[in-house]
Structures are given as C-alpha cells and as structure tokens.
Design a protein around this ligand. Structure first.
Ligand code: FES
Length: 575
C-alpha cells in the first residue's frame, strides 16, 4: 500500500543504504516480512503492563487486541513498555513518579519510528502520565483504558475498591468488625482484572479520557473482563491508523473545548479531586490555557448525576449496565452543558457519538432534572490559609460541615498524625478542624493521598462520622468526607498552612469559597519569622530533581521544565 504523505516512520524504515539496512534488519529478527516497511503507518502501543501494577496486569491481552485492529486497518504495530505506576504498591507515593513516567513516554514516542500511538492506561497515575508525555510529543494518539473490575461482593453486599476499606478499617478500629472478617473481605473486594470499581481516580480518569474525546465511546465503563473491552481495543487499533492517514495529531483532540467538557463531566460523575491536578498538567503540556478557577467556574451549575461510591451506592459495573458515560454526556448535551462540536478519535464529534445514548437505570444515572446531588462540582477555596487555592468535593462532604468554624488540632507530619490519633487523651471533639502539614508536592515529597485523615477512635465510638480536615495533601478518589485538599502554597513552600497552631480558629464556607485562619496578620508575621523550612529530602537523583522543580498543586504539580511540548521532531540524526 502507498501513502500520499511520507510518514515519519519512513525516516527510519524507508531509507536506502546502510542506515535503512540497520533500521529494518533488527526489527525483522522476530519474523517481520519486508513489505511491512513499505510506508504503512507504524503504530506504537504504549503499554503500562506490570505485575506490580495489578490494575494493569491484563494489558498484554489488551495490546494484542490493539495490534489486531492496527493490522486489520493496514498498519504495522510495535508495542513498547514504559514505567508503570501502581497505586497500591509503589512507595512513597505513585504521584511522586507521574512526571518521571511522563518523561519516559514522551521520549519513547519521539525517539522511535512511530506515526501514531495507542496509550494503554488503567491504574490512577498511568493515565495522566501517558497523556502528559504524549501531549508533549503530539502525534496522532488514542487512549484505551483497561476497564474497571467487576463489583466486589462480601456477605451479600457490594464492596467498592478503597471506599469500603476506609469504612471497614474504621469499623475494626471502633470494634464493630473482627480481624478475621476483615481478612475475608480482602479476598472479596478485588475478584477480577481491572482497576478500582468505584468512581475513584482510575474510573474518573478513564471517564476523562472519554470526555476529552481521546477514547472511544464506552471507554470508561466497560468492565476489564467484558468481551466488548477487547472490541474497543481492537477498534482503537483501526482508528489510530485512520488518524495517521488523515494526519490528526493529539492537539486536534485536546482543545480548550475538550477540557471544558471534561470538567463538566467530572462534576456530573462526582469524579475524583485528583482529576483537577492531572487535567491542569495535561492541558499545560498541550499549551491549552486552563487554571484552577476554571474548575469552579465551568463546573458551576452541573449536578452530580451518578449514584456511585464513594459519593453514593453503586459501582462501575452497575454504571456500565445503566448506560455508561454516554448517558451522562447526553444529559449534559441536552442541558446546554457540552461543547458539542469537540472532535473525538473516532472522527465524529462528541455529540454525534452520544446524542442518542440511553439510560437504562435511573437509580444509578439520574437525570439532570432530578440529580443525585445538586451543584456538585469541585469548589475552589481561597483566603489567608490558601491564597493560591484549595479544593473540596462537596458531593463527598457532609452538608452540615460545608459552613463551619472550629479549633485547629495540628499534626506537623503524617507520622505525628499516626502517633497521636489513637491517643485517648488527644484533645479533640467533633467540631475540631484537623490540620495536617508537609504533605504537599515538595513536602512529602510527591503529595500522597493522606488528606482524608482517619477520625480519632474515641470520636468514632461516639458515632461521629465526619469532621473538617485540611491539608496540602491529596485524597484517594475512593475516599470521602469534608476534606479540604491541595492547600496552596503548601507548608513546605512556606505557605500559611505551616504557621497554623493547635487552638487557632479556622473558618470554612464552601458556598462563599472561603478558607480563613482567624489569626491576626502581626501574629502570623511573628510566626513566619520563626519558621524553619524543612530539611531537603535528598541531595541526589530523581527526588532532588522533583523537589527542586515541582510546581504547586494549583498549577498541576508538573516539573516546571516539562510544561509545554517539543513536538515529534527528533532533532539529530545518527548517520
Ligand atoms: Fe489501581 Fe485503584 S489501585 S486503580
């Protein structure tokens, strides 16, 4: 087959002489026939398979499906691995390595003879790291998510990944559940391939992939083990060949309109707060203007339609059977809340893809006129405690705490928190505001998901189920509560958070977007004069690079020198 436009891969495989011999000969070593180098699109399959990333452990099979689709459409697939970030096992936190993995992805795409790329993504950070890297290289790109696990089941009830761990571990601490039952539940929660089955960060980011137009319809919800997930992967293989032939780079998909759609979809699904940081970083790689206040402004007026854990009752498998993300997108489009002309990777607009979607279960997907929770997007909070912003997810919070004034109980580190929280003599009551410091991007380092601090056992035993918690950390998308996150500037960067002392009054007003530390400016100045910055975490290696260059959460926590892109030109030639 011939191509009108000479493809990028022909700079390698289409050469005569010594270099053409070298480029082709090594690839032929596994039985690749000569005609595959004839100028057909070469498709890279960027695989985050790893047995250390259990959510992505089925990706070898998924990659084979993509390859089949690429071949069916006349392309030549070449699979390559990149750093895989498993949320559960990787220490100190997978977020520390998101930017590192994105560098791997970007340079692997740019440096190799590929014309388009399919990104295989699943566990939380694997999605933003691959999209960020691909954005900086800007080839034709399609995202394929690995799909959620089937519903967990334990003693006749559904178990949601993560979410029920928080609930059950608090039951154990409160003496309501035995250790044996707790261990049995371990085996029941995760019983199939796939990523977390709640509307946690992985499901949220898979939904973002679909809402951005980067994934095919139903990318977010088809279970990992559903045969249709394989069909979707195969169709992605076919479409990426078409995108290369039609010369549609990622920048045609990831536009400002697409990000606005994603922000509204995130509100409508009650998505993870982690999406805020990831989408900011992805947009800035693509050169799309997007800031923290866009989340508040664009998400206003969007209701949460999904009754899914952690905000609600059901799981991703139920969401799939109820109609999936297309049914949510249709609700937004029918109510004037969608940029309908945004292009997607199947060549159609987002509205062409979703305008006829149907909902089959209104218990799971509510209509816009009878929402699960009204006005439930991300709220941005500012004040002397967070001059550059903090965020809260009202749909996961308790209504009675959204306007609150209470005395701070301060923990100077997560280690101090763990050491003191079970102490029966800890001076704390249900109206206290728990404050955790030094868990931001620079402070931990890597901004771990510890913002949803477990409540003190003595209050749990009294029946307290939620308290206001404030930190510069993130929160797992599977968690819930009145949790104020991403306080910026973080404590380690000298933010006001570093100056809070136990006993200070703190005022929170989510409706007004306010977070205020009730301490006089003169007193804060005196405390600042005595403040000593924390010692460096490392004087070498990636951790030093990260701490020296990581942005604050309100900008996306990317490394400052990675913002933007360099396109796909290689630069130097080695012949
Ligand atoms: Fe991988 Fe939750 S641990 S998605």
């Amino acid at each position: 087959m011939g191509q009108k436009k000479k493809l990028r891969s022909q700079e390698w495989f289409g050469r005569d002489g010594k270099m053409g011999f070298l480029y082709r000969s090594w690839v032929k070593n596994r039985g690749v026939p000569h005609e595959l180098f004839d100028g057909r699109p070469v498709i890279g399959i960027c695989n985050t398979f790893s047995e250390l990333t259990p959510c992505n452990s089925h990706f070898r099979d998924l990659a084979e499906q993509v390859k089949t689709g690429v071949i069916e459409a006349g392309g030549f697939p070449l699979e390559f691995p990149v750093m895989s970030l498993g949320e559960v096992l990787l220490r100190p936190t997978a977020m520390l390595y998101r930017n590192l993995a994105s560098m791997d992805v970007e340079e692997s795409i740019r440096g190799n003879p590929i014309d388009g790329v399919v990104l295989l993504m699943g566990c939380d950070k694997t999605t933003p790291s691959l999209i960020m890297g691909a954005a900086s290289a800007d080839l034709p790109t399609i995202g394929v998510s690995g799909g959620p696990m089937l519903n967990g089941r334990f003693k006749g009830r559904a178990l949601g990944s993560g979410t029920d761990v928080w609930t059950m571990s608090e039951d154990v601490r409160a003496g309501k559940m035995s250790q044996d039952e707790f261990h049995e539940a371990e085996s029941c929660m995760h019983r199939s391939h796939g990523h977390c089955n709640t509307m946690g960060t992985a499901s949220t980011m898979a939904s973002m992939v679909e809402a951005l137009g980067l994934g095919l319809p139903e990318n977010a919800t088809l279970p990992a083990v559903d045969g249709r997930r394989n069909v979707l992967a195969r169709m992605a293989g076919r479409h990426i060949v078409r995108m290369v032939n039609e010369d549609i780079p990622l920048s045609r998909i990831l536009t400002r309109a697409a990000f606005e759609n994603a922000i509204r979809v995130n509100a409508a699904i009650g998505g993870s707060t982690n999406a805020v940081i990831h989408l900011l970083a992805m947009a800035h790689r693509m050169g799309v203007p997007l800031d923290l206040d866009d989340w508040d402004r664009i998400g206003r007026g969007v209701h949460c339609l999904l009754n899914l854990m952690p905000s609600g009752e059901y799981l991703m498998e139920d969401f799939c059977y109820a109609g999936g993300l297309p049914a949510v997108i249709r609700e937004l489009g029918d109510n004037g809340l969608l940029n309908q002309d945004a292009l997607t990777v199947n060549g159609k607009t987002i509205w062409e893809n979703n305008s006829k979607a149907e909902c089959y279960d209104r218990r799971v997907i509510h209509s816009f006129n009878a929402p699960f929770k009204a006005e439930a997007g991300i709220r941005v909070l500012r004040g002397n405690l967070s001059p550059d912003g903090a965020i809260v997810k009202p749909s996961a919070a308790s209504a009675h705490l959204l306007k609150h004034r209470g005395k701070a109980v301060v923990f100077e580190s997560i280690e101090e928190f763990h050491a003191r929280i079970d102490d029966p003599d800890l001076e704390i009551d249900a109206d206290s505001v728990m404050v955790l410091k030094y868990c931001g991007p620079k402070g931990y380092p890597g901004m771990p998901e510890v913002g949803n601090m477990p409540l003190p056992p003595k209050l749990l035993r009294q029946g307290v189920t939620d308290m206001v918690r404030i930190s510069d950390a993130r929160m797992s998308g599977t968690a819930y509560g009145t949790v104020i996150l991403h306080v910026t500037p973080e404590a380690a960067a000298g933010g006001t958070l570093a100056l809070v002392e136990t006993g200070d009054m703190i005022e929170l007003d989510v409706e007004q977007g306010k977070l205020h530390l009730c301490v006089e400016d003169a007193e804060l100045a005196a405390r600042r004069a005595k403040w000593v910055p924390p010692a460096p975490h490392s004087d070498r290696g990636y951790v030093k690079l990260y701490v020296d260059h990581v942005q604050q959460a309100n900008e996306g926590a990317d490394l400052d020198f990675l913002v933007g892109g360099s396109g796909h030109a290689v630069g130097r030639d080695n012949h």
